[in-house]
Ligand binder design. Structure first.
Ligand code: PAF
Length: 253
């Protein structure tokens, strides 16, 4: 696996003979890779000649400084995982490389991004859409891969690609869960042993046939702090806290 840190280096590679007439799949990540990311990578490897993964903990999507500080970083094991999967390129930029303007320019969606997670994390989706737009413009993939666990993010990225007429196919991959039902997330690394035991109650209660109000009170009685539980169309979305760790999930019902 070749590690590329500079945009100019990637740009020369992108037009070089080694990538000419090859399909390129792209998996953007913030690292701390788990089986959910691995599924995205495997899908890309199976559908494209070349797979590029990026790791960049994007500060503009964190509305809370402590959350950014505490975000898990496991770069050495991430590199090993990607190398063993036979990923072709890892794009590993620094902040200044991606944000030469220090975030003076941004992409904003004004409707769906204000609901669900957007209500509680102001500016979060501006940060996500902006960095994804930048990464798409740099990497120039044919296909890009996102997990359904971040369903709101996935829908907003689909909308951005459609409305900015970008020639990129967005491929979604179902949420990967641990054996006990907990959706895999880099943030799970921050749960202590007691919290990790309680955590699977979250998807279990969310998937039950209780009403939204009943779900909220069940979650509270199990020790979660509920940020929101909402149903939009045939999908139920929720965000909760266990201690300081924020967990999100969504299920089709
Ligand atoms: O889902 C994530 O890990 C991030 O939001 C993404 C898409 C890599 C943008 O920073």
């Amino acid at each position: 696996m070749i590690i590329v840190k500079k945009i100019k280096d990637w740009k020369s590679l992108r037009v070089s003979n080694s990538l000419k007439n090859k399909t390129l799949g792209f998996v953007p990540t913030m690292g701390a890779l788990h089986r959910g990311h691995i599924e995205l990578v495997k899908k890309s490897l199976s559908q494209n000649d070349i797979t590029v993964v990026s790791i960049f903990v994007n500060p503009t999507q964190f509305n809370n400084k402590a959350d950014l500080r505490n975000y898990p970083v496991t770069i050495n094991s991430d590199i090993k995982i990607l190398d063993e999967l036979n990923v072709n390129y890892l794009f590993l930029p620094e902040y200044k490389e991606l944000y030469p303007d220090d975030y003076k320019y941004k992409i904003t969606e004004t409707d769906f991004s204000k609901l669900l997670c957007g209500r509680f994390r102001p500016g979060h989706f501006d940060g996500v859409l902006t960095v994804v737009m930048k990464l798409f413009n740099i990497i120039k993939p044919d296909r890009a891969y996102f997990g359904e666990k971040d369903y709101q993010q996935l829908e907003l990225i689909r909308g951005m690609v459609k409305n900015f007429f970008m020639d990129i196919k967005i491929i979604s991959v179902p949420t990967v869960r641990d054996k006990d039902g907990l959706a895999l997330s880099s943030r799970n690394l921050r749960l202590n042993a007691i919290q990790r035991k309680i955590a699977p109650k979250f998807p279990e209660i969310l998937m039950s046939d209780l009403s939204i109000e009943q779900i909220k009170s069940r979650l509270v009685s199990e020790g979660f702090k509920v940020e929101y539980v909402e149903q939009i169309g045939d999908r139920r979305f929720a965000a909760v806290y266990l201690g300081k760790v924020r967990l999100i999930d969504n299920v089709k019902i």
